[in-house]
Design a protein around this ligand. Structure first.
Ligand code: FES
Length: 100
């Protein structure tokens, strides 16, 4: 496997009033993950990138972490550090954000 962890962050946009993660909000998360992983020197083994709709729109902003296939919902910029530290580095899911 090329990456130890691979994070796909939804940046999909739908016309209002449909709920979606939104390109702008999603891109803010993508950039935050990329910046923090680089800052920590983890951007070689862990990749974060934008994705289309993950089919969990009602729970957005959403992302999924592989290889575990754990989906997170209502992810805010303030959650990025916790997801990196807890899940991406220490393999502990951030339970409060997991989409069941
Ligand atoms: S629009 Fe983000 S999961 Fe569907």
């Amino acid at each position: 496997m090329k990456y130890q962890k691979h994070v796909f962050i939804c940046t999909n946009q739908k016309p209002a009033p449909k709920k979606c993660c939104g390109e702008e909000r999603g891109m803010a998360l993508v950039n935050a993950f990329k910046d923090k992983l680089k800052e920590k020197g983890l951007n070689i083994e862990i990749r974060a990138q934008k994705a289309g709709c993950l089919d969990v729109c009602a729970f957005g902003p959403a992302l999924v972490v592989y290889p575990e296939g754990v989906f997170y919902g209502n992810v805010q910029l303030s959650d990025v550090d916790e997801i990196i530290e807890s899940h991406l580095i220490n393999n502990q899911k951030v339970e409060r954000l997991v989409i069941a």
